[in-house]
Design a protein around this ligand. Structure first.
Ligand SMILES: C[S@@+](CC[C@H](N)C(=O)[O-])C[C@H]1O[C@@H](n2cnc3c(N)ncnc32)[C@H](O)[C@@H]1O
Length: 310
């Protein structure tokens, strides 16, 4: 098996947020190469327990191998979406839950996974390769309107309509099968060609989010995390772009607020006053320090938010 190398982002900050202790039970919904998971298990030695999952089969195998070396008998790792964590992790049994969103370095760096516009590979982008829908199917099958919508909503791409139309025009001639074919079309027609960020950055981000339904999974994953946490348990979420961070912030705001509905409504749940379910541990997002930024440039857009279940 090839080596799985991913530097965990804000590892010390995550441990300070989750405060792992012996006997505690923790969940890592994005176990990846198990850098954070190993930190949590070490800090909760000798009796802490970790339930972990990842959609990526290679990550799950790498995590199991790494953790078995030092922490045998103290973890369970499954392949699956964190949206479904509450189906197999006993609720409310957890002292801490971590979601470290986005993609891992091995996913980005393996051309065969199709996440990168810098290397040629199949236009794939699936975190879970058992899922049928690939980026190529999106690009070759979606309407110009649907493509423009995801480029704008998930990528914030200002040229969303023009790029979507160009893709639809080009694909009548030949199907898009590789990352280079798509990146070259964008390079050719993007007005941002020649600027610092590669012109395909936003389009690739948008396609990745759509292919993996990342926003839908995140919303469900936050609900699942709240369900499996014990009162007093902590939720730490690391995001890598503003769209994800907005979802996490809105979830925190909604759940930290008491709620009453004073008007006449037919929906019984709305007539019930709601008490806050969690509180913010830090109001402001935590960012990586200078040393980490130098050592791991991929951490530059990371933001950590921490909540505590009431
Ligand atoms: C940034 S990496 C996590 C790295 C990990 N914390 C470590 O220390 O190595 C993100 C991982 O989350 C996984 N992932 C993303 N969304 C997921 C989801 N909805 N459910 C499960 N895993 C997911 C990806 O496959 C990837 O392996």
């Amino acid at each position: 098996m090839p080596e799985f190398i991913h530097k965990p982002v804000m590892a010390a900050e995550v441990l300070a947020a989750l405060k792992p202790r012996p006997g505690g039970r923790y969940a890592d919904g994005t176990v990846g190469g198990a850098g954070h998971a190993a930190g949590i298990l070490a800090a909760s030695s000798p009796t802490g327990w970790l339930s972990g999952c990842d959609r990526d089969g290679a990550a799950v195998e790498a995590a199991k191998t790494r953790l078995a070396e030092k922490f045998a008998g103290r973890f369970e790792i499954r392949r699956g979406n964190f949206a479904e964590m509450a189906c197999w992790i006993p609720a409310p049994g957890c002292d801490g839950v971590l979601l470290d969103l986005g993609v891992s370095s091995p996913q980005l760096d393996s051309p065969g996974r199709g996440f990168s516009f810098q290397q040629d590979g199949p236009l794939d982008m699936r975190m879970d390769d058992r899922q049928p829908l690939t980026a190529a199917q999106w690009v070759n099958g979606a309407s110009a309107d649907d493509l423009a919508k995801i480029f704008w909503e998930y990528g914030g791409e200002r040229e969303s309509r023009r790029l979507a139309k160009a893709i639809v025009h080009d694909r009548a001639r030949r199907k898009f099968e590789t990352t280079r074919q798509l990146a070259e079309l964008i390079e050719r027609i993007s007005p941002r060609a020649g600027k610092r960020a590669h012109p395909a950055t936003k389009i690739f981000q948008a396609l990745r989010i759509a292919v993996n339904d990342e926003i839908g999974s995140l919303k469900q994953g936050l609900e699942a995390a709240l369900k499996i946490l014990k009162p007093g348990g902590r939720l730490a979420v690391i995001t890598f772009h503003s769209l994800e961070d907005r979802v996490v912030k809105e979830f925190g705001r909604g759940r930290a607020r008491a709620y009453t509905f004073s008007g006449e409504v037919d929906v019984p749940e709305l007539r019930q006053p709601r008490t806050p379910e969690l509180k913010w541990v830090t109001r402001k997002a935590i960012a990586p320090g200078e040393i980490e930024l130098k050592d791991n440039p991929r951490s530059r857009s990371a933001q950590l938010r921490v909540f505590e279940k009431i």
